[in-house]
Write a protein that binds this ligand. Structure first.
Ligand SMILES: NC(=O)c1ccc[n+]([C@@H]2O[C@H](COP(=O)([O-])OP(=O)(O)OC[C@H]3O[C@@H](n4cnc5c(N)ncnc54)[C@H](O)[C@@H]3O)[C@@H](O)[C@H]2O)c1
Length: 357
C-alpha cells in the first residue's frame, strides 16, 4: 500500500509518546522512515517505553502550547511529512480540566499549523482530530465529512474547534505553499495492544485481569464502531503518501476513517469477546453498572467511510472479531512473557501482509 514511499523520509509525529503515536512511530521506523517526535513525557508503563522508542527515533519532549519551542523544533528538523496527533485525548479529563483541553487541542494545534506554514520542507500534513468533532444528533446513520461540526463535552468541542482552525489555515495561508498537501482526518474509537490509558475500556478490562478483580462495565449497552489501531494508522499513512507534494488533488479536505458497520457493537459485546482470549477460570467477573455517568458523552456515533473508500481506495482490513482478537492476543502474549516489541512487530507485519494481499 505504501510501496517504499516512507523509506528515508523525514517524518515528524506530534504525540509520539501516546498510544497511537507509539504504534505509528514504530510502524514508520519499520518502514525505514527517519522519525522524530514532539510530545510530553510518556507514562512509565507506556507503549513508547515498552517499545524502547527513545533509542529508535529522535524524541523531543516539548509542550505544543509553547509556540516558539515547537516552531524551532520543526524548523530544525525540516520534516518531509508531519502527522499531528498530540492532544488531550480523553473526554473525562476534558471535564476535569477544560482549559487545558482547549489550550492543547486548539491553541497547540494552531501552533503546529503556524510552524508548518513557515517550514519549506514539508510536503504533506496529516492533521488528526476525532469522530467526536461532529455535531452529534445520535443518528443511526454515519456522519459524512460535510455534516456540521460541534460538541457538547469540552473534548468534542475542542476537536470541532481544531477542525475550524485547520480549515481556516488551509484556505488562508497554507494554500500559498508550493508542493504541499494537507488533510484533516477524523477517526473513531481505536483498540489495540499497549493502551494503558485511564478510563478506556480495554485498559480497564486488562487491569482487572492483572489484579484479579471484577470488571465494572459502565454503560454496557453503549454502542461504538470499534476498530483496530492499525486500521486508522494505515489510513493516515496512505493520506500522507497521496497528498505528498500535491496541492491540486484533495487539498485541505477532511476524511473520515472507521470500520464497516458490522463493527458497531456494545461495550458488553466487546468485553465478552476480549475475555475469550483467557481460559474461563482466569476470566474476571463482569459487573454491569448501566446507570451511566452524569457527564454527557455521546451514546451512538459512527462515521460514513464512503469518501475514503471511493476516492482513496482505503478499506478497513480487520473486522470486529479480528480487531478484538489481535488486541486480546497482544495483552495475553505480553502477560505470558513475550516482549512487547516482538508482539507489536509481529502484529504490524501480519497486518501489512493482509493489506498487501
Ligand atoms: N485513541 C482513540 O480512540 C482516539 C479516537 C479519536 C481521536 N483520537 C485522537 O488521536 C490523537 C492521539 O490519541 P491517543 O489515543 O494516542 O492519545 P494519548 O493520550 O495516548 O496520546 C496523546 C499524545 O499527545 C501528547 N500531548 C498531550 N498534550 C500535549 C501537549 N500539551 N504538548 C505536547 N504533546 C502533548 C501526549 O504526550 C501523547 O504523546 C489525539 O489527538 C486524540 O484526540 C484518539
Amino acid at each position: 500500500m505504501f510501496d517504499n514511499f516512507y523509506r528515508n523520509k523525514k517524518v515528524l509525529i506530534t504525540g509520539h509518546t501516546g498510544f497511537k503515536g507509539a504504534w505509528l512511530s514504530y510502524w514508520l521506523y519499520l518502514l525505514g522512515a527517519k522519525v522524530s517526535g514532539i510530545a510530553l513525557e510518556p507514562n512509565s508503563n507506556s507503549l513508547f517505553n515498552k517499545l524502547h522508542l527513545k533509542d529508535k527515533i529522535d524524541s523531543n519532549i516539548a509542550d505544543i502550547r509553547d509556540s516558539n519551542l515547537i516552531n524551532n523544533i520543526i524548523q530544525d528538523y525540516e520534516p518531509d511529512i508531519l502527522f499531528h496527533l498530540a492532544g488531550q485525548a480523553l473526554v473525562k479529563k476534558s471535564y476535569e480540566n477544560p482549559k487545558n483541553t482547549f489550550e492543547t487541542n486548539v491553541i497547540g494545534s494552531l501552533n503546529v499549523l503556524e510552524a508548518v506554514n513557515s517550514c519549506n520542507s514539508i510536503g504533506s500534513l496529516v492533521y488528526i482530530t476525532s469522530d467526536k468533532c461532529y455535531l452529534n444528533n445520535e443518528w443511526e446513520w454515519g456522519y459524512r465529512e460535510t455534516d456540521p461540526l460541534g460538541g457538547i463535552d469540552p473534548y468534542s468541542a475542542s476537536k470541532a474547534c481544531a477542525e475550524h482552525v485547520f480549515k481556516s489555515y488551509a484556505v488562508s495561508f497554507l494554500n500559498k505553499k508550493k508542493r504541499f498537501g494537507a488533510a484533516a482526518v477524523r477517526a473513531g474509537n481505536v483498540i489495540g495492544g499497549g493502551d494503558y490509558s485511564e478510563n478506556r475500556i480495554i485498559p480497564d478490562i486488562f487491569k482487572s485481569i492483572e489484579n484479579r478483580k471484577a470488571i465494572i462495565i459502565r454503560s454496557p449497552n453503549a454502542t461504538r464502531p470499534w476498530q483496530h489501531i492499525l486500521d486508522p494508522l494505515s489510513g493516515y499513512l496512505l493520506i500522507g503518501k497521496k497528498l505528498f507534494n500535491n496541492s491540486n488533488v484533495f487539498y485541505g479536505e477532511s476524511w473520515n476513517i472507521g470500520p464497516n458497520n458490522d463493527s458497531i457493537k456494545t461495550v458488553l459485546e466487546l468485553t465478552n469477546f476480549f475475555l475469550e482470549n483467557w481460559e474461563p477460570l482466569n476470566r474476571p467477573v463482569v459487573k454491569l453498572n448501566d446507570l451511566g455517568s452524569n457527564l454527557h458523552e455521546s451514546n451512538f456515533l459512527h462515521l460514513s467511510i464512503d469518501k475514503i473508500q471511493t476516492k482513496l481506495k482505503w478499506h478497513p482490513t480487520y473486522n470486529f472479531h479480528q480487531a478484538v482478537k489481535a488486541t486480546g492476543q497482544w495483552y495475553k502474549k505480553v502477560m505470558d512473557g513475550q516482549k512487547p516489541l516482538e508482539v507489536t512487530k509481529e502484529q504490524i507485519l501480519e497486518f501489512e501482509k493482509k493489506i498487501n494481499a
